[in-house]
Design a protein around this ligand. Structure first.
Ligand SMILES: Cc1ncc(COP(=O)(O)O)c(C=O)c1O
Length: 367
């Protein structure tokens, strides 16, 4: 393969471009190798990788510990569905739950962020028996139909409608608006933690209120830490800044250190609500992405992950370039939403918060 790249890299670049669906705009660059923060193209040019796999490569490219663990695992066992337990899966569950609050003690393993959110949506419906979700304006949750439904302003406009309904979007960091307090009969509409729309941390007041309101109304608080998890904001998980624990936490990206890995981690009672076979994935939960000892909790603290953002303060979550407009940042964003009842309570009536099934031309897409 290496020889083929050397001899024929232009043809390979063209093949990728020509045979791809075209969903992505491709750069004129064939990246052949990565190490830490650097990558090299086929002509040997060296680059500092500021893309970082959009949050996947937080441990750096080809992190030697990850490479070693993956190699070991690949030689041992690479595919095993969840009906057949493996030591690696048990070890992964143990390592992950050990760095989470004790309430979050059940893991549903997946391969990506959007799958983690799909799982969360299904578990939430199974647990609450309710249909409605409340999501944050400007939040981003993924590109599959469920995740897209709780994403503000999909770039595709009305193309994929109808999405999962009902979903209500509430203003971010607006405590007044948040829970429908004083808005009548439990028309709860908690504001949510900002999604991809610009790296805006939630205020303490806002997220704590969201936690209280969801508890009060018997809804679940689902926190998407696909971007912010694993040390991105100075703590292992962003919710630790807020003194709250969600009912379901979704993780992916940096969780796998470069291999596809995601998880919906939840309270036991939420997990128990899902009937046998109610959800599943043959490749999610194979031992492949979970080499023994991964994610090694020791690594996170020993390597000082999170020290940078901690020392720089919350402003650093926004962007290393504060002059950039809010929408330009991707790092550190997170979103959350709530399973909510549409059966038992009338939804709030504020039209600006309601998404109709007709296309909404003002909604712009995930960037
Ligand atoms: C906050 C957030 N949630 C979910 C996702 C979807 O994750 P994935 O692309 O792994 O499906 C992303 C991806 O950028 C994200 O930033």
């Amino acid at each position: 393969m290496e020889r083929a790249v050397k001899e024929d890299w232009r043809a390979l670049l063209e093949a990728e471009k020509a045979l791809d669906t075209g969903v992505y705009t491709k750069h004129d660059l064939l990246i052949v190798r990565g190490q830490g923060a650097k990558v090299w193209d086929a002509e040997g040019n060296e680059y500092i990788d500021c893309v970082g796999g959009y949050g996947v490569a937080n441990l750096g490219h080809s992190n030697p510990e990850v490479v070693e663990a993956v190699k070991r695992q690949a030689e041992t066992l690479m595919a095993m569905p969840q009906t057949l337990p493996t030591p690696m899966r048990g070890e992964f569950y143990r390592a992950l739950t050990a760095i989470l609050p004790p309430e979050l003690n059940r893991v549903f393993p997946v391969n990506s962020g959007t799958e983690a959110n799909e799982a969360a949506l299904k578990f939430a419906r199974a647990h609450t028996g309710r249909k409605k979700f409340v999501a944050a304006m400007r939040g981003f949750s993924g590109r599959t139909m469920g995740s897209l439904s709780v994403t503000w302003e999909p770039s595709t406009g009305s193309l994929f409608l109808p999405l999962v309904e009902p979903v209500e979007f509430v203003p971010y960091n607006d405590v007044e608006a948040k829970a429908g307090r004083g808005r009548g009969d439990g028309g709860g509409d908690p504001g949510a933690v900002q999604g991809e729309g610009g790296v805006r941390p939630a205020t303490l007041e806002f997220l704590q209120a969201a936690r209280e309101i969801t508890q009060e109304k018997g809804a679940l608080l689902i926190l998407d830490e696909i971007q912010t998890g694993m040390g991105r904001t100075g703590k292992r998980f962003a919710f630790e800044h807020y003194g709250i624990v969600p009912d379901i936490l979704t993780l992916a990206k940096a969780l796998g250190g470069g291999v596809p890995l995601g998880a919906a981690v939840m309270r036991e009672e939420v997990a128990r609500s899902m009937p046998k076979g109610g959800h599943g994935t043959p490749s999610g939960g194979t031992p492949w992405p979970w080499p023994p000892g991964w994610p090694p909790s020791a690594t996170w603290s020993a390597r000082g992950f999170g020290k940078g953002p901690r020392s720089l303060g919350p402003g650093s979550w926004r962007s290393s370039r504060p002059s950039l407009p809010p929408r330009s940042g991707r790092c550190g964003a997170w979103a959350s939403w709530w399973a909510w009842s549409s059966r038992k309570r009338p939804p709030p009536t504020s039209p600006s918060w309601r998404r109709s099934t007709a296309s909404s031309p003002s909604r712009r897409g995930p960037r």
